[in-house]
Ligand binder design. Structure first.
Ligand code: 1PR
Length: 595
């Protein structure tokens, strides 16, 4: 492939030097802009760059309130757009390499896979323009893959050559060390001196979601502005002059993330310089607010909440329980400190989600003001509408992503895919799960499991994974297996939650949302037996869901299982327990959370 023949960092240095004397599209003044110069500067020494005299296109640089965005169309950068607009800037999209060179400030939110991104950058002549722009020390912020691409190469489906501006190879996290991969969630950083755009963050956490990372070394130490611990110490951000790149997502890191973006966008404003105090920490446990959404009998889209999945009031009218408006509640939970917000379109299994435009609108509006990750689920499957038009599950997911989702959650369709996989032992690549994770990355795909406990006296009588339970069943049964269901718990399937979890991990899921129909809405705590069973069985993060009734239930699930996050709905909607009080309780219990 094209990327494989891309020159190495060292040969690139030579290429750039010689190119600078040629009639290249973007002439670069020779000496000051060579990679050699960039690399050999001692740590901490400010770089000075000459302005290019021969650089004419720059004269028409965009106005002050404009950010140039390099979106090469490989995924959802809507949240970056929303954050930029929220901070008062307009966006100019890069269409040609000249747009890069004309930028006054450039943000590159890399999404998708490394090889695909390099391929697009090389084919469109943007790799060269990007290198030139960065070598001229012009204001640049790379995000996530936008940081990784600056390195020499990546092991992601590779090795694949990168832009070669920073020495080092991007490699995968090692899950054999007992860490879940992808690395999803909130970490504090170890900040080095003179971090500039990180000056406001102190010990507060920022949001990561990635499976690959660059490691610090003697060769790249001059670039590093912060590191993070997740099994290994990896590079969380780099900085040289006006060039910044971060592995985490400022646009998804709440108020802290917005302040990082603000510092990049307003470099000479009066923000005060804060003392460096960042200290690397463990991955924080996440607290997630979940909104089950559906249309009520009057046709309004409402947040509802079930009692063991029954969302209707037990009154004469039998109406759908209405706990509020989705956009407002999501905004409130963001302000209250939710680490993520999930929307589950609970009738998606019978209504086609692309026909359910209000749900897409909810996502669009929410993502304009909520700067933590948003997950949406319900109805992700192949579908043929009344006019015979076929929509693939990938199209459905893409529409969710375009509307502001960071992750999609697949329920029923993942059960069918897992059943098929266990039957044939073959990955067809055709299931919604496989297709969406291939295109958007497995970190963008959550599988929502809706299991129901089935008690048994003798574990040898069932073919599914059976476990001893702490509370015996109604007839004194000491064992149970957890039967997966589809269509909102309406139909039990011949597969256990354990078997499903293993299968969907294999098929490319990045995370599991583990509900429990028996516990849903009961307020008696999470099903610890189930959460332990699944979180011990897989190496992807598991979100414990269903049953939270008090702050103590969160510490219980984190202390007794390997859950990475815990989700609740009813107690937050009914304002019985606040997100803040859950966080405070966890913190007092010695469990790291984002405050
Ligand atoms: O099958 O891909 O269309 O997805 C449908 C999605 O909708 C699934 O994620 C499924 O879990 C969800 N769903 C379907 N029916 C219901 C229902 O309640 N009738 N909601 C439903 C599931 C479960 C939780 C809930 C927690 C926490 N909701 O997410 O929010 O149990 O509640 P609690 O803290 O109040 O106990 P597809």
């Amino acid at each position: 492939m094209e990327a494989a023949t891309f020159p190495s960092a060292t040969s690139r240095m030579l290429t750039l030097k010689s190119r600078s004397n040629s009639s290249s599209l973007f002439p670069i003044p020779s000496a000051s802009y060579s990679l050699h110069f960039l690399r050999s500067k001692p740590a901490g020494e400010a770089l000075k760059f000459e302005t290019s005299r021969s650089f004419s296109v720059r004269a028409s640089a965009s106005g002050d309130g404009v950010v140039t965005l390099l979106d090469y169309g490989a995924g959802n950068v809507r949240s970056v757009r929303n954050a930029i607009r929220y901070l008062g800037f307009n966006i100019k999209d890069v269409q040609t390499p000249e747009d890069i060179m004309n930028a006054r400030r450039l943000i590159f939110p890399g999404v998708g896979a490394f090889a695909a991104a390099m391929d697009v950058l090389n084919r469109r002549g943007m790799a060269e323009a990007l290198c030139s722009y960065i070598e001229q020390d012009r204001p640049f912020l790379g995000i996530c893959l936008g940081l990784q691409l600056l390195f020499e190469s990546s092991e992601e489906n590779g090795p694949v050559k990168g832009l070669g501006l920073i020495p080092g190879i991007v490699g995968r996290f090692d899950s054999s060390k007992g860490y879940n991969v992808p690395h999803i969630g909130w970490n504090a950083l170890q900040i080095t001196e003179d971090s500039d755009i990180l000056d406001d963050i102190g010990n507060r956490h920022v949001y990561f979601v990635h499976s690959y990372r660059a490691m610090p070394s003697d060769d790249n130490k001059d670039w590093i502005s912060s590191t993070c611990n997740y099994g290994d110490k990896f590079i969380a951000s780099v900085k040289r002059g006006n060039v910044h790149a971060v592995q985490f997502h400022p646009e998804k890191s709440g108020a802290v993330g917005l302040s990082i973006l603000r510092r990049f966008l307003y470099p000479n404003n009066e923000l005060t310089k804060k003392p460096v105090q960042g200290k690397a920490s463990k991955l924080a446990k996440r607290v997630i607010a979940c909104l089950d959404v559906r249309t009520n009998d009057k046709g309004d889209l409402v947040v509802t909440k079930g009692d063991q999945y029954d969302v209707r009031e037990h009154t004469e009218d039998n109406e759908v329980r209405n706990l509020g408006k989705p956009v407002e509640l999501a905004g409130q939970y963001y302000k209250d400190g939710a680490d993520e917000v999930s929307f589950l379109n609970i009738t998606g299994f019978r209504d086609f989600p692309l026909g359910d435009l209000p749900m897409l609108q909810v996502l669009r509006y929410t993502s304009e003001n909520v700067f933590v990750p948003l997950t949406v689920g319900g109805g992700i499957r192949d579908f043929t509408d009344g006019n015979g038009r076929y929509y693939s599950s990938l199209e459905v997911a893409s529409e969710y992503f375009r509307s502001g989702a960071d992750k999609v959650s697949i329920g029923s369709d993942a059960v069918y895919a897992a059943e098929e996989f266990l039957k044939t032992g073959e990955k067809t690549g055709k299931s919604s799960l496989e297709q969406i994770s291939r295109v958007y990355g497995n970190q963008a795909v959550v599988v929502s499991i809706d299991p129901r406990r089935v008690y048994v006296k003798d574990p040898d009588t069932v073919k599914f994974k059976t476990i001893p339970v702490r509370y015996p069943g109604p007839n004194g049964e000491k064992y149970a297996w957890y039967q997966c269901t589809v269509n909102g718990g309406r139909e039990g399937r011949p597969i256990g939650a354990y078997e499903l979890a293993k299968a969907i991990e294999e098929l490319g899921a990045g995370e599991i949302l583990l509900n429990c129909i028996d516990c849903d809405g009961q307020g008696k705590g999470f099903d610890i037996d189930l959460v332990k069973l699944i979180s011990d069985a897989v190496s992807i993060p598991v979100i414990a869901s269903s049953g939270a009734g008090a702050a103590e239930h969160f510490s219980e699930v984190f202390n007794q299982t390997n859950a990475s996050a815990a989700l609740a709905a009813g107690i937050f909607h009914r304002k019985e327990v606040s997100i803040q009080s859950v966080k405070e309780h966890l913190s007092e219990a010695g469990i790291e959370v984002r405050i």
